[in-house]
Write a protein that binds this ligand. Structure first.
Ligand code: NAI
Length: 336
């Protein structure tokens, strides 16, 4: 199937080539899908997009006019595509939901440990031959209560790892998992209680209208002075300005995040010669109690190989007239 791969990055194309084995005809573009770049899809039956691509209603209308029928996402999250409109326009859409929850969960723990033990500050200090410890005091995770918001594929692995550290785990999720309760003594609670009780709070939920700005001033007010907040979900599940203000005022202990609500067009690019004018981003890059990574939680070899394979499998299923198992708009609902 003739497929345009938007937002293609050099580090992922070898994995896509390896998985494809020339079955489908791939064209790679480093451009993001936007209203301006939608016309590049003219003549392609399928496109593949990533998390920073814009598949909003207006873009989908254009893609439809240009003859695109299939959209495969190289991501688990699908907040960047308007599925309602995609369905109305008879697009077939599938994502890559299971590529490696371990990659993302392990990165969440990396962020937590680095923030708590002030690893980036230690590096900054030691690079200046300052070997003092005054600013490097963290806390034991053992016996601390850690909150996991969203115990799906990623949150479940986070709970498993935290159990290994000897943490008490609280969670919020409308779908409680019995095995997490029995294997890791996870206790489900409501969000306000989790915010009040936990020394660490980790976000692993999808971005939806319900979770947009889930963590704002009202929730930050409930947290302890030392609470560390970790976000591997999507930037907009927190109200960034509120979180930054609470860290600056020392009303919470710190924020470590892999995602940022204004990351589109910035993350995944070398902007060192063309820095964005963004004071929030600047704060996140310079504050000692804030740690930002550039949406890299998924970036392991295993995850990239799985994303590539799922992308090829989704396209092959459509080519054969069947429904990919990761379909977000099942074929049989297409005509309804
Ligand atoms: P999943 O669908 O397996 O789990 C999400 C869980 O969140 C579900 O159990 C769901 O019931 C729960 N949930 C939904 N709304 C909630 C709410 N209001 N409060 C509490 N829980 C709620 O998804 P998975 O694979 O665990 O991924 C979660 C999210 O992580 C993705 O949607 C994506 O946005 C993000 N992600 C980030 C990556 C990164 O590189 N930083 C990579 C992959 C995913």
């Amino acid at each position: 199937m003739k497929t345009l791969i938007y937002s293609a990055k050099d580090f992922e194309t070898p994995f896509l080539e390896e998985a494809n084995k020339d079955v489908h005809s791939f064209k790679y573009s480093s451009d993001r899908l936007t209203t301006k770049t939608a016309m590049m899809a003219l003549g392609f039956e399928a496109i593949s997009i990533f998390s920073a691509d814009d598949a909003s209603g207006i873009v989908l209308e254009k893609l439809k006019d240009f003859g695109v029928k299939y959209i495969t996402l190289r991501s688990a999250g699908h907040d960047n595509i308007n599925l309602k409109i995609a369905k109305r326009l008879n697009f077939k859409v599938a994502n890559s939901p299971d590529y490696s929850p371990y990659a993302v969960a392990e990165h969440a723990i990396t962020l937590l440990l680095a923030l708590n033990r002030k690893v980036t500050l230690a590096r900054k200090q030691t690079q200046n031959y300052n070997f003092t410890l005054d600013k490097l005091i963290g806390f034991d995770l053992h016996n601390k209560t850690v909150g996991v918001i969203g115990t799906g594929k990623i949150g479940s692995i986070i709970a498993q790892i935290l159990n290994g550290f000897g943490c008490c785990i609280m969670a919020v999720d409308p779908f409680e998992k019995e095995d997490l309760k029995t294997r890791f003594q996870v206790s489900y609670t409501h969000l306000d209680n989790l915010c009040k009780e936990c020394s660490v709070i980790i976000l692993s939920i999808p971005l939806t209208s319900d979770t947009h700005h889930l963590i704002d001033k009202s929730k930050l007010d409930l947290m302890h002075k030392e609470t560390l907040l970790v976000n591997v979900a999507r930037g907009a599940v927190v109200h960034t300005k509120d979180v930054l203000a609470y860290v600056e005022k020392k009303r919470i202990g710190g924020y470590a995040t892999d995602v940022y609500d204004k990351e589109s067009g910035v993350f995944f690019y070398d902007r060192s010669q063309n820095k964005p004018h963004d004071t929030d981003l600047e704060k996140m890059l310079t504050h000692d109690h804030i740690l930002l990574t550039p949406h890299q939680a998924f970036a392991t070899k295993e995850a990239l190989a799985n994303i590539a394979q799922t992308t090829v499998d989704n396209l092959s299923s459509w080519q054969e007239g069947s429904n990919p198992k990761n379909s977000l708009i099942p074929l049989d609902e297409k005509e309804s």
